[in-house]
Design a protein. Sequence first.
Length: 97
Amino acid sequence: MAEALRWTSQDTTLALSGDLDRDSLLPFWQQRETLLAGKHTLDISALDRVDSAGLALLVHLYQQQNSSASSLVISGAGERVKTLIALYNLNDVIPVV
């Protein structure tokens, strides 16, 4: 069973924790514009699991924020997320630090 996706906000950083997968991302998706307003960093270091739907969400958020007036850095990607990005050949699409 998927662990709930949780988020905390501090200054210009939004931190995600838990599982970012197709079963847990809907509440975040519904609030994404409000949650990301004024944020420049999305910290994913506390995510336990990311599936392809979660990765698609990260790509969307990154592309949407960086095509607007603000920019978004995705930080704290673990080896699993980096591997998923590499497997989907998305290294140029969604840079993570």
